[in-house]
Design a protein around this ligand. Structure first.
Ligand code: NAD
Length: 437
């Protein structure tokens, strides 16, 4: 067997040559690839579902909703608008340049590298692929080695459905990714943690390659005292414990304003019971921790407060019960890092001022959620905090709206994608002035 690392330069050369020949540029080619991607997901659905179950014990309904259907929706939305999104745009000229015409032309960047994480191992490789193809680029995909079954399925099926001179998959871990990063790309799209984000950006700097970094962080949920707490509890539970809490935009912790903490805690326990039953270990709707390293890290965080519900663990099964922690101190280890697992700390704060101060004293999160009936509180939260996104009344699902940009700010990342924002991410916006002689 040949060594995948030694093959990387040839793969990159092949795709770059095809791009130079103009293979990926026609909108017909882009459409064909997007349709083929959708066909792949439909025809190989059971193989992808099996892989996601093996890697993360994702149940089929959740895997369809958050991985396969998510990508298919992105494909459909892009196909519906592709021509208008990639058409040159007229731009008005100042009087001194008239007569004349100004326009903005979106040209493909060239060769794009997409590096994916393990938590949504299909979605987070293929959704960027949709945008990169729609913008007319060649693409190298590097799925996460920590979700090996899904990575293998991607490597098996992508070359079967997509143009092998337009898209290639490189499987592997740090050595393979390091070898890839030595190559020159025209854009690198990385999803994962900030430590590796810095490695990616450093490698990109050598070639002056632009990057999109989709990172994580601690996404807070502010719960005001004027809201229906039973509804709030149910919605927080749905967002937090999806994929056993291993979601980049999962609510990380709750800031309960005034006297809401004591009322919310039992309601969170009830909502968990309604969702996962007497023993979540038996619930097909509840996932598992990706590996023992993360299991051990998360188990160590359970001591960070009073356990309201949950707390049980089973190392062999990589199971951590959905857990709510109360009386959590702001300096507890569970508040020092992104939890990225099924542990929900609840912290009581006296008022909205204190909640906002708590958020702004920390890194800018990928998402900030708030439950409040007050328009004034909403305005204050928007004006006085910074985050990749804000969700009022419902966590997590903002990322399913394809016309909303998805991305972080500060420590939670740079750049954005989804829908038309993906086209702009993977295109150069070329300014054109056309002046009559
Ligand atoms: P991961 O460990 O799978 O790493 C991501 C990718 O980086 C993998 O493809 C891996 O091979 C590569 N990699 C790892 N170490 C490397 C190194 N030293 N050099 C080069 N490449 C390397 O995933 P992860 O980082 O554990 O993912 C979890 C993090 O990702 C969380 O912080 C989460 O919030 C964040 N995340 C963000 C989003 C988003 O869309 N913003 C989505 C999912 C996850």
């Amino acid at each position: 067997m040949t060594d995948p690392i030694t093959e990387i330069p040839a793969v990159v050369d092949r795709l770059r040559a095809a791009f130079r020949d103009g293979r990926t540029k026609p909108s017909a080619w882009r459409r064909e690839q997007l349709v083929a991607l959708r066909t792949m997901l439909r025809e190989q659905e059971s193989a992808f579902l099996d892989a996601l179950h093996a890697d993360l014990r994702k149940n089929a309904a959740e895997a369809r909703r958050t991985e396969l259907d998510f990508v298919c929706n992105e494909v459909d939305h892009t196909l519906a608008h592709l021509e208008s999104w990639i058409a040159p745009e007229d731009a008005p000229l100042p009087d001194k340049l008239l007569p004349g015409r100004g326009s903005v032309v979106r040209e493909p960047l060239g060769l794009v590298l997409v590096i994916g994480p393990w938590n949504y191992p299909l979605q987070l490789v293929l959704a960027p692929l949709v945008g990169a193809l729609a913008a007319g680029n060649g693409v190298v995909l590097k799925p996460s080695e920590l979700a090996p079954e899904t990575a293998a399925a991607i490597a098996r099926f992508v070359p079967r459905y997509l143009d092998p001179d337009g898209v290639a998959v490189v499987e592997g871990a740090i050595p393979e990714t390091t070898a890839l990063l030595e190559q020159r790309f025209d854009h690198i799209f990385y999803t994962g943690n900030g430590v590796v984000g810095r490695i990616v950006m450093t490698a990109a700097a050598k070639h002056l390659t632009p990057v999109t970094l989709e990172l994580g962080g601690k996404s807070p949920v502010i719960v005001d005292s004027d809201v229906d707490l039973a509804v709030v509890a149910e919605r927080i539970v749905n967002g937090k414990f999806l994929n056993a809490g291993q979601t980049c935009v999962a609510p990380d912790y709750v800031l309960a304003v005034g006297d809401t903490a004591a009322k919310l805690e039992p309601l969170l326990a009830e909502a968990l019971h309604a969702k996962f039953g007497d023993d979540p270990a038996d619930s097909p709707a509840y996932g598992r921790i990706i590996n023992h390293r993360h299991f051990d890290r998360l188990s160590g965080l359970l001591a960070g407060g009073r356990v309201v519900t949950g707390g049980q663990t089973d190392r062999d099964a990589k199971y951590i019960a959905p857990t709510v922690l109360a009386d959590v101190q702001p300096d507890a280890p569970v508040m020092a890092e992104e939890i990225f697992g099924p542990i929900l700390p609840v912290i009581a704060v006296p008022d909205l001022d204190a909640a906002i101060a708590f958020v702004t004293a920390r890194d800018k999160p990928l998402a900030l959620y708030a439950f409040t009936e007050s328009d004034q509180s909403k305005r204050r939260i928007l004006d006085e905090t910074s985050s990749g996104a804000v969700g009022f009344g419902l966590p997590v699902v903002h990322l399913t709206a394809p016309d909303l940009p998805f991305g972080g700010v500060g420590e939670s990342g740079m750049g954005r994608y989804h829908g038309k924002y993906s086209i702009d991410t993977f295109s150069h916006l070329k300014a054109v002035l056309d002046k009559p002689l």
